[in-house]
Design a protein around this ligand. Structure first.
Ligand SMILES: [Zn+2]
Length: 487
């Protein structure tokens, strides 16, 4: 019998090794209790984030089961050259909390459902609603189709990210605020068929303290939150129908130096574009007056090029516009030309010819010598851990919303796009791509649990096989979950 209730706990940025270490060291008793004795009612595993391994792209994959080229959110930052959700006017989105934003998209995500309005694929809530199931979403950025959406209070978001001094709250305070919203909802409205609770504090903590802090955060904060949530859920669930739990992260993180020698700001990129006669968009919003956009996503940047004298909807000329700009990234890598911050830091420059191959075409690699070669040939040269499953993940990124050029920085250089942090994600390397996943079904017999787990694993395996034998990704979690829900 399929579960009547699903509890989805999205834990932003949680590395699988941090969770496994905390559980095995008896530092996370509530996670352990969910997993059962000897983990006989649960499973700790991991999945890969999409490319780039960044929050809004991967969270969208978690809730839609689609790759970014189908759910239409290819990053925390991206440029919609067609203005699909903006009255036909090109628009740069920056959902992450930036420090130079004129228009604060990060707030509109929660006040106006900005990220949800960009989704081009149906969410699990919309799919479940068509089967008569009710869903409540607490704290998360995507809630399309849910009966009730409880976003975090914007004041709390501002106090987490922008407030100085005594007004500032910690990531743990923020997660406790989200838990309080969830508990209040449960008290008032009971337990829905699907309850999603989103804890973003661990990612913020890990950005500030480095990924070594993740285990500390699990031990000191997250474990208790999960325990409180479980008590509240179980008080409302009938003993005959125990809820099925999914605890899923969207990506991992890796340690980087938090200084200006390693963090590459947008202004450091302007001379490179100027050398090509281009005006780089330097604030989010409409891109009418500039002719190039760079969307930062950790160690990956999506670069959009406007055809000279045309609107953004026209594809740029590959040989005269895309390639000359792309070559400049390798020149910067080799000699620091026009962008000293990139010297020795570039791992890949990918290009595509949308004018001839279309807006869904995939990328080829531009070599430092100016040759074009297949992604397979290029990524074969890189250390395995620097680019995990690059081919299927880049294929899942290629869409009208992805860049004409993609620039990937090497993990070894420890450089990254954006402002200084101690923990980073956004890219293709193993550490930033592996995301924790935990399934648990406490309260059922081991046989029932085993059957559910097999249904989940089988559905995921079938999908991975049909997509070239790739590894499971965050987009597959919903595929596995629906196999359990519809069994
Ligand atoms: Zn995230």
């Amino acid at each position: 019998m399929p579960p009547r209730h699903i509890v989805l706990v999205f834990i932003d940025g949680l590395r699988p090794d941090a969770l496994v270490e905390a559980v095995r060291a008896d530092e996370a008793p509530h996670f352990q209790a969910l997993l059962g004795e000897g983990e006989n009612r649960g499973w700790l595993t991991s999945v890969l984030a999409p490319a780039p391994s960044i929050t809004f792209a991967s969270q969208a994959s978690l809730v839609t089961g689609a790759h970014p080229n189908r759910h239409d959110v290819p990053g925390n930052q991206f440029f919609d050259r067609f203005g699909m959700h903006h009255g036909g006017k090109a628009r740069h989105y920056a959902f992450d909390v930036g420090d130079t934003l004129e228009v604060d998209d990060a707030v509109e995500v929660f006040t106006r459902g900005l990220a949800g309005r960009c989704l081009g694929a149906r969410t699990l809530y919309e799919r479940a609603a068509s089967r008569g199931q009710h869903a409540v979403v607490v704290g998360h950025m995507y809630a399309n189709g849910a009966d009730r959406w409880l976003p975090p209070k914007v004041e709390m978001l501002a106090r987490l990210t922008k407030a100085p001094g005594p007004l500032k709250i910690t990531p743990a305070d923020f997660d406790r605020h989200v838990l309080a919203l969830a508990l209040d909802e449960l008290r008032t409205h009971g337990l829905p068929n699907i309850l999603t609770v989103y804890f973003m504090g661990l990612d913020a903590y890990s950005h500030a303290h480095g990924p070594d802090g993740q285990r500390v955060y699990v031990r000191e904060t997250l474990d208790a939150l999960v325990g409180e949530l479980r008590s509240a859920v179980e008080a409302l669930a009938s003993k005959a129908y125990p809820p099925f739990w999914v605890l899923a992260a969207d990506h991992g993180q890796r340690a980087v130096p938090a200084d200006d020698d390693h963090a590459v700001p947008l202004r450091a990129m302007e001379p490179l574009f100027a050398a090509e006669g281009r005006d780089l968009l330097d604030y989010p919003g409409e891109g009418r007056h500039s002719d190039a956009v760079m969307a930062f996503n950790g160690s990956m940047a999506l670069v959009y090029v406007r055809r000279q004298g045309e609107t953004w909807a026209q594809p740029p000329d590959f040989h005269n516009e895309v390639l000359p700009l792309a070559r400049r990234f390798w020149q910067a890598h080799r000699r620091g030309a026009a962008a000293p911050a990139l010297e020795g830091a570039v791992a890949a420059v990918l290009v595509r010819d949308a004018a001839h191959a279309g807006w869904r075409s995939s990328y080829v690699a531009l070599t430092p010598e100016g040759e074009l070669e297949t992604l397979e040939a290029w990524f074969h040269r890189l250390p395995t851990d620097d680019a995990v499953e690059a081919l299927p993940r880049l294929a899942g990124m290629a869409s009208p919303l992805a860049g004409d050029v993609v620039v990937l920085l090497s993990p070894g250089s420890k450089r990254y796009f954006g402002h200084p942090v101690r923990g980073l994600h956004g890219g293709l390397s193993a550490e930033v791509s592996e995301a924790a996943l935990m399934l648990a079904w406490p309260g059922v017999t081991p046989a029932v649990w085993q059957q559910a787990r097999q249904q989940f694993v089988h559905a995921v395996e079938v999908r991975c096989q049909t997509e070239g034998g790739r590894r499971p990704q965050t987009a597959d979690v919903l595929v596995g979950l629906e196999a359990v829900m519809l069994a």
